[in-house]
Every structure is written in structure tokens, then in C-alpha cells.
Write a protein that binds this ligand. Structure first.
Ligand code: BES
Ligand code: MN
Ligand code: ZN
Length: 502
């Protein structure tokens, strides 16, 4: 789909459909709704007067203007109550409008962001609208061979801007396009089945994004990992015939000698549980156990495309977790890259093992902060559900900033405590630590385990097990892979380091 920003105003612009947003319970037409209503002989006013539209969140209505003026249809969409407004409402509303337009088989539509709600800068509103459209129209189709309804695409979305705001809106739209494309890319690689997205395939995706951009991609193979002692990661990999790897992406957008931010993402391309095998029901969903890794690769790609003034190192430990003849077993003890030893209580707590070595490896880049993202625990889903990312960590500024980025992007995070009592639960018997502290507080003891490998560097762990994969669609997230974490990371980076060149 093409996004255009043009100078002009709506009532006079020739378009198949114009999107107009309205707040709930407000009948006095303001912004662009007023001239549209007037030019169309009072269609919007009539709709409201009849009580056929109340402005409820994401409610839509289609009005046909007949031959009144060059706007063929008006798509009215509700924003809910003005007092509840955030840009996330706009994402949802534009997603629903775009889906409606797709269902009508219209090829192009337009809007003017003349929304009378100026608590938020226009750029932010434009970004949210474009994200809503692009993320809301996303579909995962590469494996569908049958044509039909699903393959339909809307060709263009045009935002009309005034002389004075044109430049700002154009740049915001560009930013939103880059961020939305990265989110869609993450969704694609998470949705890809495990037979098509092995650790080597994931490394291939990382190499692809590095090509032609100012990103360096290095992939460590099993032999190299053995040399340096990444035995926690290699332990997990032993049950599978697919070769594991450690993917490293480096982007230098900041000062040459400046420390990077390290982004670490869990890359289990399939988690059967290993010898501690999972129940077969819903095991297919475990193809998504590399969603953290996907978010890291996609975020590095977008940071480079946006030219963010920051140095990044993205690290993705990648392997399958299978119960093969050489698989690691409960009771085994593994010596991690850090030198610390780990007793295996369950082979299904494999994410923390590969992350342990990846976090230690991240330390070698002397980062100023480490953020890891992982579909780490079912316990986090039990605690917080699938709307929220579980956050734990040691960097207080970092936690505050990530929380704030969560509010702005709608990828909300909530902190769980990491008190010392939890650390006692993962003390090992025969080794330094054990890889599970049991069911109680499972999201937290997993984070406590990870903390042992962060070398005192300010660190935040984001457990995305809930929001990474949705059983039910939301306005701008179709059912399935959400691409969660990509927008959150980018917003955090933009807030901390500035927006870079566009
Ligand atoms: N990949 C799973 C966590 C998960 C569960 C992600 C549900 C998405 C949806 C992880 O590797 C795992 O199996 N965790 C175990 C840990 C336990 C054995 C200590 C869990 O949560 O049950
Ligand atoms: Mn597991
Ligand atoms: Zn897992």
C-alpha cells in the first residue's frame, strides 16, 4: 500500500472514500466534519440526529454522497469519549476504517487529520493514523494458495495537509511507514511455521536486513560457540538436528566510541519442551517462541532505516528445543559462558538458558543498558493476561522510560517485583543455580535467573509470552502474531536518543 501526503483539503479532493473521526456523544460538528457535512447536504448531521451513530470506540458507518461532491463516500468512525482519548484510539479507529474500506473493495481513501483534539502534537496523530491503517490491514498470506477475499489489498491512503503542517505530517507518515513495516516483518517471521523458520532461516532473515544497510551481521555457529563455552545454549540445542546459532546485529548510528544499547531476544524456533515434553494441545503455538528474537531483528532494521542516533547491538540466540537422542535431560548440569553452573530441573525452561549465554555475550560489547525480550513464561500470561508485557529488571531509569514508551505505543508494560526472596528459589543444590524455581512466582523467578548473567549492567527483561500471539484479533492486531516489542523498543530509543534523520 502507498501512503501519500498531499497539500489540499478534503471537501474539494476527489476520493473514493474520506475517513472522518467523531467523539462519542458530541453532535456539534467540528474540524473537517463540518465542511464535509455541509457539502454533502447534512449527511453526517442526519446520521447523528437519527441516533444511528453514537461515536462509540471503533464504531463505523458508511455514507454515500451521491453526486454532491468529489468525495464518493464518507466513512465515519468513532473515537469513544473525548476524555479517554489517546493516540492509540486513533490507531484503532483508522485500522477499523481501513478494514471497512477493504471489505468494500475500494482501492484508495483519504483523510485530513483535522481532529479537534490538540492535546497531542499533529505528528503523533499522523503517525498513529498511518500505523493504524498499515497494522490493521496486515494479513499473513504467504502460505495461502487460494485467491479470494483475503488477498484483497487497498492500494492507497492519502493524508491531506495544510501548507503549514505538510512537512511535519509527511515526515511523521514516513516514520510510521518504517515502524509499521518492521512490525509486519516481525509478524511474518513469527507466523512462519517452524519448518520454514529454523535457526538458520532466522539467521538468514538477519543477514537480509543487514544487506545494503549500515548494519553488520555476524552469526556464530555451534563450533564457534563450543570454543568460547556457550554450553547453556548448546545444551538446549543438543536434542535437535537443526544447527543452532547466535545472531549478532550491530548498528552504529551514534558516536563511534559511544557504548551501545544491547537488545537480546529469545530465538527458540520451536519449543516442544524437550524431554520434559509439553502437552500436545496448543503445542503448535510454540513456533512463536522466537517472537523476542523477531522483535530485536525488526527493531534494529527500523532503527537503521530511521537513522536513529544510537549504537545498537542485537543478539538472538537461536535453536529448537526437541527431545532427541542426544537431548539434555533433567538433572544435567551445564556450565554457562559466564562460568556459572546450572542444574536442569526441567528442559522446558530452555529460554532462560539460551538467554543466559546471550546476556553474558552482550556484556562483551560493554553496553550502557541491556533489554531482553522473550516469550519466557506461561506464568506471566497467568499473572497479567495477553494485553500486557511483564517487566522486571535492575535499571530504574530504563524501567521508567520503557513504561513511558509503553503508554505511547499501546504496548503496555507492567512491572513485577524482583525482590531477594525470589532469588532464593533458584539457588542450586549441586550447581550454582537451577533453571526453575517452581510454579509459584514463575515469571519472577525466571527473571531472577536471568539477572545472574547481566554482570551488573542496567538491565530490563520483558516477558512477552502473553501479547506475542493473540487468540482473538484487536483493532490493529489481527489474530496471531502481534509483532509486540518492535514499536515499544523504537519509541524508547527515539525518546532517549532523538529521532534522527528522516
Ligand atoms: N516458551 C515457553 C513459555 C510460553 C508459554 C510462551 C506459553 C508462550 C505461551 C517457555 O519456554 C516455557 O516452557 N516455560 C515454562 C517454564 C517452566 C517449565 C518453569 C512454563 O512457563 O511453563
Ligand atoms: Mn519451554
Ligand atoms: Zn520456550
Amino acid at each position: 500500500m502507498k501512503i501519500h501526503v498531499r497539500k489540499g483539503s478534503l471537501p474539494g479532493y476527489t476520493t473514493e472514500a474520506a475517513v472522518v473521526t467523531l467523539f462519542e456523544g458530541e453532535t456539534a460538528l467540528a474540524g473537517v466534519a463540518a465542511p464535509l457535512d455541509e457539502k454533502s447536504g447534512g449527511l453526517i448531521g442526519e446520521l447523528l440526529r437519527r441516533g444511528d451513530f453514537t461515536g462509540r470506540k471503533n464504531e463505523t458507518a458508511v455514507l454515500y454522497t451521491r453526486d454532491h461532491f468529489p468525495v464518493e463516500r464518507i466513512i465515519v468512525v468513532g473515537l469513544g469519549k473525548r476524555s479517554d482519548f489517546t493516540p492509540d484510539r486513533l490507531r484503532g479507529a483508522f485500522a477499523r476504517a481501513a478494514q471497512k474500506i477493504r471489505s468494500l473493495n475500494i482501492s484508495g481513501f483519504s483523510t485530513s487529520l483535522d481532529i479537534p483534539c490538540m492535546d497531542y502534537p499533529l505528528e503523533r496523530m499522523a503517525e498513529a493514523a498511518v500505523e493504524g491503517v498499515l497494522l490493521g490491514l496486515y494479513q499473513f498470506l504467504p502460505f495461502k494458495t487460494v485467491d479470494g477475499e483475503q488477498g484483497r489489498e487497498v492500494a492507497q491512503f492519502t493524508i491531506l495537509a495544510e501548507e503549514g503542517t505538510y512537512k511535519a505530517i509527511r515526515s511523521a507518515a514516513k516514520t510510521a511507514e518504517i515502524i509499521s513495516a518492521a512490525t509486519a516483518f516481525a509478524r511474518d517471521i513469527v507466523s512462519a511455521p517452524a519448518n520454514e523458520m529454523t535457526p538458520s532461516d532466522l539467521a538468514g532473515e538477519a543477514r537480509k536486513i543487514a544487506k545494503g544497510k549500515n548494519i553488520r551481521c555476524t552469526v556464530l555457529d555451534a563450533a564457534r560457540m563450543k570454543e568460547i563455552g556457550m554450553n547453556a545454549l548448546l545444551g538446549v540445542a543438543r536434542g535437535s538436528d537443526e544447527p543452532p546459532c547466535l545472531i549478532i546485529l550491530e548498528y552504529q548510528g551514534g558516536k563511534k566510541s559511544g557504548p551501545p544499547i544491547a537488545l537480546v531476544g529469545k530465538g527458540i524456533t520451536f519449543d516442544s519442551g524437550g524431554i520434559s515434553i509439553k502437552p500436545s494441545e496448543k503445542m503448535d503455538q510454540m513456533k512463536t517462541d522466537m517472537a523476542g528474537g523477531a522483535a530485536v531483528i525488526a527493531a534494529v532494521r527500523a532503527a537503521a532505516e530511521l537513522g536513529l542516533p544510537v549504537n545498537l547491538v542485537g543478539i538472538v540466540p537461536a535453536t529448537e528445543n526437541l527431545p532427541g537422542g542426544k537431548a539434555y535431560k533433567p538433572g544435567d548440569i551445564l556450565k554457562s559462558l559466564s562460568g556459572q553452573t546450572i542444574e536442569i530441573v526441567t528442559t522446558d525452561a530452555e529460554g532462560r538458558l539460551i538467554l543466559a549465554d546471550a546476556l553474558t555475550y552482550a556484556g562483551r560489547f560493554k553496553p550502557s543498558a541491556i533489554i531482553d525480550l522473550a516469550t519466557l513464561t506461561g506464568a506471566c500470561v497467568v499473572a497479567l493476561g495477553d494485553h500486557v508485557i511483564g517487566m522486571m529488571g535492575t535499571g530504574n531509569d530504563l524501567k521508567r522510560e520503557i513504561h513511558e514508551a509503553g503508554e505511547l505505543t499501546g504496548e503496555k508494560v507492567w512491572e513485577l517485583p524482583l525482590w531477594e526472596e525470589y532469588h532464593e528459589l533458584i539457588e542450586g543444590d549441586a550447581a550454582d543455580y537451577k533453571n526453575s524455581g517452581g510454579r509459584a512466582g514463575g515469571a519472577i523467578t525466571a527473571a531472577a535467573f536471568l539477572s545472574k548473567f547481566t554482570g551488573g549492567i542496567p538491565w530490563v527483561h520483558l516477558d512477552i509470552a502473553g501479547p506475542a500471539w493473540l487468540a482473538k484479533e484487536r483493532p490493529y492486531i489481527p489474530k496471531g502474531a502481534s509483532g509486540v516489542g518492535v514499536r515499544l523498543l523504537l519509541q524508547f530509543l527515539r525518546n532517549r536518543f532523538g529521532t534522527g534523520k528522516k
